[in-house]
Ligand binder design. Structure first.
Ligand code: ZN
Length: 83
């Protein structure tokens, strides 16, 4: 009976160790978006001139219910003219 109790305890300790090993991976995963924004963030294509630029530098506009991104206001104006 005591042996069984020890086994259960060992199993529980082993389980909490495994959980402890999984958790740091989760916190690393949480850090990922930060490093992503530092290195190379999401790139968007300007549909007017075809230029790829980072999302934070793009001018976003909702055209015909679709979110579009432009490199400049000039491109946005030109695109709006044609659509
Ligand atoms: Zn452009």
């Amino acid at each position: 009976m005591i042996k069984l109790l020890i086994l259960v305890l060992l199993g529980f300790v082993g389980y909490s160790i495994i959980q402890g090993l999984i958790r740091p991976k989760d916190s690393r995963g949480r850090k990922m978006p930060r490093s992503r924004s530092q290195e190379g963030e999401q790139m968007v294509e300007d549909p007017q001139c075809g230029t790829f630029l980072p999302l934070s530098d793009a001018i976003s506009a909702n055209i015909n219910g679709r979110q579009q991104y432009f490199c400049s206001r000039k491109c946005l104006k030109e695109y709006k003219k044609n659509h």
